[in-house]
Design a protein around this ligand. Structure first.
Ligand SMILES: Cc1cc2nc3c(=O)[nH]c(=O)nc-3n(C[C@H](O)[C@H](O)[C@H](O)COP(=O)(O)OP(=O)(O)OC[C@H]3O[C@@H](n4cnc5c(N)ncnc54)[C@H](O)[C@@H]3O)c2cc1C
Length: 199
């Protein structure tokens, strides 16, 4: 799996502080020293709407559709994903869960090959991509672009970086948290520290 940060609001913490200070008409009191303090206060008090003014976009590729099926449940996130209607899966790639024992990896690969042959069989029988895909596995590799504001990213990280989350979505979200924490440590630092994310 590859996770890449494609874009981010320039100077995101300043934008958030400016939005918050507009509420209190205290923009004139903005300076380097106040930044972290104010953002921490916002988070503590639950005044989270200013965090919606900063945005980030990631590309996640080489991940499974099992993972993206969970990710796209986050409704406040914008999503564009590789289509299985417009793109043939005749040569689909797939993700092998690390829990598959090493000595059985070949068996897993053979199963994927069997499914590929099933897909091709139904394509050759005249089914369109949109119907031939019914035989495809959750392991099928995909590519997805996601965008969300920082408030939503915080929510996603809280539920998806948990040790109880599924390993693949956790891996993707831990990477995104690490990346966003580099750009906005006063927004994501508490989550990163709790989860042991190191920059
Ligand atoms: C550990 C775990 C197990 C899960 N298991 C299952 C499962 O077995 N089956 C299943 O179907 N799903 C499951 N889910 C998915 C889960 O139910 C949510 O759909 C998913 O986590 C998206 O979260 P959300 O709705 O909080 O967030 P988002 O859609 O990202 O929304 C963010 C927040 O905005 C608010 N919000 C958004 N839309 C609405 C709305 N329409 N009304 C009110 N408030 C709204 C809520 O406060 C919400 O928390 C699981 C999730 C987790 C983390």
């Amino acid at each position: 799996m590859k996770v890449e940060l494609l874009s981010i609001t320039p100077d995101p913490e300043r934008v958030i502080e400016l939005a918050a200070r507009t509420c209190y008409q205290s923009v004139d009191r903005m300076n380097e020293a106040t930044l972290g303090h104010l953002l921490a206060k916002l988070l503590m008090s639950g005044h989270e709407s200013p965090f919606e003014h900063a945005y980030a976009t990631f590309r996640i590729s080489g991940c499974s559709r099992a993972m993206t099926h969970q990710l796209v449940r986050h409704r406040l996130m914008a999503v564009s994903q590789k289509s299985q209607r417009y793109v043939s899966e005749k040569s689909f790639e797939y993700v092998i869960p690390p829990s598959v024992p090493t000595e059985r990896v070949e068996e897993f690969k053979n199963d994927m090959e069997t499914i590929r042959q099933m897909y091709i069989k139904w394509k050759n029988a005249g089914l369109r991509n949109e119907d031939a895909r019914f035989v495809l596995p959750n392991a099928c590799a995909t590519e997805i672009i996601i965008s969300a504001n920082f408030r939503e990213f915080r929510h996603i990280f809280k539920v998806r970086c948990s040790p109880h989350a599924q390993w693949e979505i956790r891996e993707a979200c831990m990477f995104m948290l690490k990346e966003l924490n580099k750009h906005a440590p006063h927004v994501f630092g508490d989550l990163a520290a709790n989860l042991g994310v190191e920059n």
